[in-house]
Design a protein around this ligand. Structure first.
Ligand SMILES: [Fe+2]
Ligand SMILES: [Fe+2]
Length: 146
């Protein structure tokens, strides 16, 4: 499987998680509930961003050169989303938890849409089928190998 298809499949699951986050954030009864959700997001979104960066972004960078603008933007967005998830994992106040959760959901939706509309098509053009398949094998090994 091509790495871009593998990551697209992960996005489909991420959208389900974000839908759940958006639904539950409005009715957080305690900060503890939000912290549990923060831990789940760190494991899921965090692991997705990490693999995306290590496998796809690094490959693109070696093809296109360091400092390629769209990659810098994607990495800055990963950092913003991960930083906000870290805040959610430690939050003490339910209203603040709602604000953080809403930011994570909106940022992750916008970010994923940009990857789907701009970055993944760009990667498909820049890397070519053989590389996309080879990196897709690495993705499968990482996911199955834990
Ligand atoms: Fe990403
Ligand atoms: Fe992604």
């Amino acid at each position: 499987m091509k790495i871009t298809d593998a990551l697209l499949g992960e996005h489909a699951v991420i959208y389900l998680l974000l839908g759940h986050l958006e639904q539950s954030a409005g009715s957080y009864e305690s900060a503890a509930e939000a912290r549990t959700q923060g831990a789940l997001l760190a494991a899921s979104l965090g692991s997705h961003a990490e693999l995306e960066d290590e496998l796809l972004f690094c490959e693109l960078e070696s093809e296109l050169g360091a400092g390629f603008g769209p990659l810098e933007v994607m990495r800055a967005e990963h950092a913003d989303i991960e930083g906000t998830i870290a805040l959610l994992r430690d939050v003490d106040d339910a209203a603040e938890a709602r604000r953080l959760a809403e930011h994570i959901a909106a940022a992750a939706r916008g970010h994923s849409a940009k990857e789907e509309q701009v970055l993944f098509p760009l990667a498909e053009n820049a890397l070519g089928e053989e590389t996309l398949l080879r990196v897709g094998e690495l993705w499968a090994a990482r996911r199955l190998g834990g």
